[in-house]
Design a protein around this ligand. Structure first.
Ligand code: DQQ
Length: 539
């Protein structure tokens, strides 16, 4: 097999070669979606960072353009790091990004802006970085940890942005205000901060409607509207978000008491998902989330492959009607790639059984199933001591093979025929004195028989779902070296990167399994072979 190609994704966003990380400045402009991203034009490891640029009409088929922003001025001489786009009134986009002005390891950071050279070009190929940059610099702030400006929002008088930072171990989102987008003044108080969370990278702050699935423009506020603050924790490479109340006049954000504010908080994704960013899509009135997944193999493997990093499938997100968390679902356009379909229904899986989903390309598939069961009685007891553990420790130790009561059941993705390799995605239902606790896992431990250099972590999160109808759904987007899974219609999401050695191309299989004593019924299952987009971001 060709090492450059074997684990490349078939329908996830990737450039032809080299390193990529954070999605930057996503926006919709004159009929095109724009995605910029952190890119090393010289190799498959992080470094020499520029803003690569691709455009799309449907978020699926992409055309790669020349890098939009790259080091060329004293205010970004050592790198153009992450940032965001804001579309100003009159439909005029402006980008804010972090410029690196001293070499590594100090990496002094400032915030710059860039504007299109030609607003009538829907591709926005060329960007100008005016000489009055930088527009925000650190004063008393830690200038080596001061980056990733957000999309700006407008309160009628001021534009406002956040810049991620830290003071010792306290993560901070500094707030800046401007009347004209050029002169920015730091607010007296940060919008938010939290001890023992470390550097806050890539903050994101936006409104969500209390009801319905539509998104809101970043400047919208009003009664009943909630706000979400997401931060990416440099120290652990996990993100967390809170849902809360934002008082726009006084610039005070208070997370609701239903959101844990800290490392143990809610995550968009409990797996390999980082440096994410949302944007409002005015064309379809939705808020879309982009996340980056790095590789889980070694640097050496990346160099050998000649590429590293993918962008995950964009997700539409909205507030759960219970107001406590977000719900995410792959954008509807992904259906453009669906080919051959297999449907299964009303099939019972007794304890220890697994059946194959045949007839689709299992290395590159979309599979969506609803499971049901007769009773919740067999759910195992949840030892109160486990509450102190992270969900992934419970998953690690119970896995998909340790027999349970209600579950483990779910998919075996990227599986070899004889199951030497597989990545199980599954639920395990527990009961406590007063409620059920549903664990969802995506466990890479058995994903590859490759012995060295692979990181094969189990990932897990709990699912806040009402099981009174005795049903739960699971969807996975499988793409050669990535499995993105959505539990209970997008209430809990987990992404794993995996590198099978046997379960590749036509030797990959997909199974449904049950290792619990309670029988599970596949109420309905649809699986599709997924085609590659016709425009592959390769030109
Ligand atoms: N990546 C960028 C930074 C950001 C980090 C540099 C997060 O701006 O803080 O490539 O992955």
């Amino acid at each position: 097999v060709n090492v450059q190609l074997v684990h490349r994704t078939g329908y996830h966003f990737q450039p032809k070669k080299h390193w990529i990380n954070d999605p930057n400045g996503p926006m919709y402009y004159k009929g095109f979606y724009h995605l910029f991203y952190q890119y090393n034009p010289k190799g498959a490891v992080w470094g020499n960072i520029v803003w690569a640029h691709s455009i799309s009409k449907d978020l699926i088929n992409w055309v790669a353009l020349e890098p939009a922003i790259f080091p060329s001025k004293p205010f970004d001489k050592y790198g153009c790091w992450s940032g965001s786009a804001t579309v100003l009134p009159g439909g005029k986009p402006v980008i804010m990004y972090t410029g690196i002005v001293t070499p590594s390891p100090v990496n002094t950071q400032v915030q710059n802006f860039a504007v299109p050279a030609n607003y009538s070009d829907p591709y926005l190929r060329e960007w100008i970085k005016p000489d009055n940059n930088p527009i925000v610099r650190a004063r008393s702030e830690n200038s080596s940890s001061f980056r990733d400006p957000t999309t700006a929002w407008f309160d009628g008088v001021h534009w406002k942005i956040l810049v991620g930072s830290r003071r010792k171990h306290r993560g901070i989102a500094y707030l800046y205000r401007s009347r004209n987008f050029l002169k920015w003044t730091k607010a007296k108080h940060p919008l938010h901060s939290k001890d023992r969370t470390g550097m806050w990278e890539c903050p994101d702050f936006y409104p969500v409607a209390p009801k319905g699935m539509n998104g809101l423009d970043t400047s919208v506020t009003g009664q009943d509207i909630k706000h979400v603050l997401k931060v990416s924790l440099d120290s652990t490479r996990y993100e967390y978000y809170t849902v809360g109340e934002y008082d726009r006049d006084n610039d005070i954000y208070v997370p609701d008491n239903t959101s844990v504010d800290g490392w143990a908080g809610l995550r968009y994704d409990y797996g390999n998902f980082y440096a994410s960013k949302t944007f409002f899509d005015p064309d379809k009135q939705r808020r879309i989330l982009w996340g980056w997944a790095n590789e889980s193999d070694s640097k050496q493997d990346d160099v050998q492959k000649g590429w590293a990093g993918i962008q995950l499938i964009p997700r539409k997100l909205w507030l759960d009607p219970n107001g406590k968390q977000l719900i995410q679902w792959p954008i509807e356009e992904i259906q453009l790639l669906r080919g051959q379909n297999i449907h299964m229904g009303s099939q019972v899986l007794n304890m220890g059984e697994h059946i194959e989903v045949k007839g689709v390309t299992a290395a590159q598939a979309d599979v969506d199933a609803t499971f049901s069961f007769k009773s919740l009685d067999r759910a195992e007891w949840f030892d109160p001591n486990w509450a102190k553990l992270d969900a992934l420790d419970v998953c690690d130790w119970m896995g998909s093979t340790v027999r349970g009561g209600l579950g483990p059941f779910g998919f075996l993705t990227l599986a070899s025929e004889k199951l030497e390799e597989y990545t199980p995605v599954f639920f395990r239902v527990f009961k406590t004195k007063d409620k059920l606790k549903v664990l969802m896992c995506s466990d890479a431990k058995r994903s590859s028989t490759t012995a060295e250099g692979l990181y094969k972590p189990p990932f897990a999160g709990y699912v806040d779902v009402d099981l009174s109808d005795k049903k739960i759904s699971l969807r996975s987007l499988i793409d050669n070296s990535v499995v993105e899974s959505f539990g209970a219609h997008g209430r809990t999401c987990i992404t794993s990167r995996v590198y099978p050695k046997i379960a590749i191309y036509n030797n990959a299989h997909l199974f449904v399994f049950n290792n619990g004593t309670e029988a599970i019924t596949i109420d309905s299952l649809d699986a599709w072979s997924m085609k590659a987009p016709s425009l592959m971001n390769n030109n």
